[in-house]
Design a protein around this ligand. Structure first.
Ligand code: SAM
Ligand code: SF4
Length: 430
């Protein structure tokens, strides 16, 4: 979402005449868009400012804007600790960026951390989305009302908000006109999307089914979803939409019901397995990815073994696993953390299993001919980059004309992260 937000902030400031520069010490304005989901984010901001200060030692300082969830959560401390910062901008105040820059130029420090989500999207609905990537992000929903005890999102992104259906579709059309062949619908709880107009509720399934009708669009994805909002209308999309990719990123966090309850997750392992089975029944090719939090306060050996047991039942691919990181203001931050060495040991066991799944999955595709959406050229390697249906990176010998197309790539080798292959003329998809 920060990538989507950064592009939209750029769409806004370009109206003031700003253009992107690759030469770092040339910039008149820096906007650092930050993430607060795990620790160290705050220190990274100060480190980055230190680096920029050095670049500008003999020059006029640039306007320094700190945006995103760190700015939201740490605004007062940041303003006190780092006078180099000129503007502090929370994630629901991005629409004010131009005004804040203009006011700053008149010599005032600015801070804006209101939760003004409706005005934010109202403002950006008037500004064309200029992103012209083959694979584009599109925010449909923001914020969260679920308050998992470990998570900072409800405090930094604010309450759940779903954008109007027709505004999302207009932005999708812009992206398609700009050349997008894949759209990933975004939200902290993307499948909680719910927009009511004239007593009709629009859900993420309606967005997927409508997007499916655009002939120029090849692929649809969405992230991040919550097991509780995996309703049957969304599950049905896996049979009704031929463009919805057979890859479900659905975080479970733990394989222990006791830990899920302590986390306030509001779903059980059994709920998750039922969703898994329903989807596999529709299409056995669907693969699952998850997020895992390891070493949550109170996690016993038995709880952890249940997570390992779950990993035996579902062969997750492309997954994320992290040691619990106490976030300021959350309920879990008041609990006693478990021994660090135990948490690290458990993380290694989980990651070994997840990485092996990934390696095996990639290995199983060697010698296969697979569909790849070509995103761009890797200039240094003189090769092309794209992704398969499971979002895995594919690097191959191709052709400039293939960018934006789905081509058939013969996979020759692979490693844990990437598939390598060759596209032949006769193999290009129609
Ligand atoms: N809304 C999604 C859900 O509920 O499944 C997850 C979105 S959350 C922004 C992204 C991921 O960050 C979570 O799934 C979780 O694994 C991880 N995460 C969040 N807070 C964390 C914490 N305090 N420590 C470690 N990982 C955390
Ligand atoms: Fe955070 Fe997701 Fe829980 Fe919301 S549902 S609090 S975003 S982990």
């Amino acid at each position: 979402m920060n990538e989507y937000d950064s592009n939209r902030i750029y769409d806004s400031v370009s109206k003031l005449g700003f253009v992107k520069t690759k030469n770092q010490s040339d910039a008149d304005c820096y906007i650092l868009n930050t993430c607060h989901i795990r620790d160290k984010a705050k220190e990274k901001v100060y480190d980055e400012i230190g680096r920029i200060k050095k670049l500008y030692r003999d020059k006029k300082k640039p306007i320094m804007v700190i945006a995103g969830c760190v700015a939201q959560a740490e605004n007062e401390e940041m303003a006190k600790r780092e006078p180099y910062i000129d503007i502090i901008l929370g994630p629901q105040s991005y629409h004010k960026v131009n005004d804040l820059i203009k006011k700053h130029i008149k010599n005032h420090k600015q801070e804006e951390t209101e939760f003004d989500t409706i005005s934010k999207f109202g403002y950006f609905d008037q500004i064309k989305n200029n992103n012209n990537k083959v694979s584009a992000f599109l925010t449909i929903q923001e914020g969260c009302d679920k308050f998992c005890h470990f998570c900072v999102v409800p405090y930094t992104r604010g309450p759940e908000y779903s954008r109007p259906f027709d505004k999302i579709m207009s932005e999708a059309e812009e992206l398609i006109q700009n050349g997008a062949k894949e759209i990933t619908l975004l939200g902290q709880n993307v499948n909680a999307y719910s927009y009511i107009e004239n007593s009709k509720e629009f859900r993420i399934s309606d967005l997927i089914n409508r997007l499916n009708q655009y002939s120029e669009l090849e692929r649809i994805r969405y992230t991040t979803s919550h097991p509780r909002d995996m309703t049957d209308d969304l599950i049905d999309c896996y049979s009704s939409s031929n463009k919805l990719m057979p890859f479900v990123h659905l975080p479970i966090q733990s394989g222990s019901n006791r830990i899920l309850e302590l986390m306030n997750r509001k779903h059980t392992v059994d709920d998750y397995l039922k969703i898994y089975e329903k989807l596999k029944k529709i299409n056995n090719e669907i693969e699952f990815s998850s997020d895992f939090i390891i070493g949550y306060p109170g996690e016993t050996d038995k709880d952890f073994k249940e997570t390992l047991d779950l990993l035996k039942k579902i062969k997750f691919i492309n997954s994320f696993s992290f040691i619990f990181s106490p976030r300021p203001g959350t309920k879990a931050s008041q609990l006693d953390i478990i021994d660090e060495s135990i948490a690290k040991e458990r993380l290694t066991l989980v990651q070994t299993k997840l990485f092996n799944n990934q390696k095996e999955m990639n290995k199983s595709m060697e010698n296969d001919i697979i569909d790849v959406l070509v995103e761009n050229k890797l200039e240094k390697q003189n090769k092309f980059f794209g992704r398969n249906k499971y979002i895995s990176p594919v690097i191959f010998d191709g052709n400039e004309n293939d960018i934006g197309k789905i081509v058939k790539v013969k996979i020759q080798t692979s490693n844990q992260n990437t598939l390598f292959g060759l596209v032949k003329k006769s193999m290009r998809a129609a």
